[in-house]
Design a protein around this ligand. Structure first.
Ligand code: ADP
Ligand code: MG
Length: 214
C-alpha cells in the first residue's frame, strides 16, 4: 500500500493510541526519574482523545489535512503537559505539508513526517543533544528522507525512521538535559533516557504498523 487516505490515517492514529496505552507506565516511570512522572499519562490522554474525536466524525468527508488538524486540536485540548503543544504543532505542520491532497503518496507521507519533526523543533526550540524528543524525531525524519531518496518503499522508509529514533532515544541516556523540566537537574540527568524521546519511538513504531501492516 502506497496511497494513504484519511481512513488509513485514522487507523494509524488508533494504532498509536493503543501503543501509548500499552507503554504508559514505562513512560511515566522514565519521567519520574528526571521529570514529574506524567509523560505516559499525557501521551495516552492525547492520543486517546485523537482516537475518540476521529471516531465521532465521518472520516470519508475529511481530507488528510483535516484529519491531521483534528488530531492537533484534540491533542492540544487533552494535554496540559509540554508534550501537548509540541505534538499539536507536529500534526498541524503535517496537515499543512499535505494540504489539498485527497490521498497521500509515499513522498507526501515522508514530507508529513519531516514537517512533524520540524514543527516540534520550531515550537520547542530544542537542538539535537539537549536530551528531548528532538533527539529521536530529527534523526527519524532524516532517516526517512534518506531511505525515500534511496528508492525504498514506505515500509522500509518507516522502518528506517524507527531504527534511527531508537538510536536517538538510546543516545539521550548520555546527554545532559538542557530543555524542559529535566534541565534543572543538570548533570544528574545523565544516565537516564529522556521520556519524550522514548515515547517518540513508540509513536513512530505504531505509525509504521498502522500504515504498513494490514
Ligand atoms: P512536562 O515536562 O510538562 O511534564 P511531558 O512529561 O509530557 O511534559 O513531556 C516531557 C518531554 O517533553 C521531555 O522528556 C522532552 O522530550 C520533551 N520536551 C520538553 N521540553 C521540550 C522542548 N523545548 N523541545 C522538545 N521537547 C521537549
Ligand atoms: Mg512530565
Amino acid at each position: 500500500m502506497t496511497t494513504i487516505d484519511s481512513s488509513h490515517l485514522v487507523r494509524m492514529f488508533n494504532q498509536v493510541a493503543a501503543a501509548l496505552d500499552a507503554d504508559k507506565d514505562r513512560l511515566c516511570q522514565l519521567d519520574g526519574v528526571i521529570g514529574d512522572a506524567d509523560h505516559g499519562i499525557a501521551m495516552e490522554l492525547g492520543f486517546s482523545a485523537v482516537r475518540d474525536t476521529l471516531a465521532s466524525l465521518d472520516v470519508a468527508g475529511l481530507d488528510p489535512t483535516a484529519v491531521f488538524n483534528t488530531a492537533a486540536k484534540s491533542f492540544l485540548n487533552a494535554v496540559g503537559a509540554s508534550s501537548g503543544p509540541l505534538y499539536a504543532t507536529a500534526f498541524m505542520r503535517a496537515g499543512a505539508a499535505v494540504k489539498g491532497k485527497p490521498a497521500l503518496e509515499e513522498a507526501d507521507m515522508v514530507a508529513a513526517l519531516q514537517a512533524m519533526a520540524k514543527g516540534i523543533q520550531d515550537r520547542g526550540k530544542a537542538e539535537i543533544g539537549e536530551k528531548t524528543m528532538i533527539d529521536a524525531w530529527v534523526p527519524a525524519a532524516d532517516a526517512a528522507g534518506a531511505a525515500f531518496a534511496a528508492g525504498k518503499p514506505l515500509a522500509q522508509v518507516l522502518e528506517a525512521a524507527v531504527v534511527a529514533a531508537n538510536e536517538g532515544a538510546e543516545a539521550t541516556k548520555a546527554m545532559v538535559a538542557a530543555k524542559g523540566r529535566s534541565a534543572r537537574l543538570g548533570d544528574r540527568s545523565i544516565g537516564h533516557m529522556d521520556p519524550g524521546a522514548a515515547s517518540a519511538v513508540t509513536v513512530l513504531e505504531a505509525m509504521r504498523q498502522g500504515l504498513t501492516e494490514a
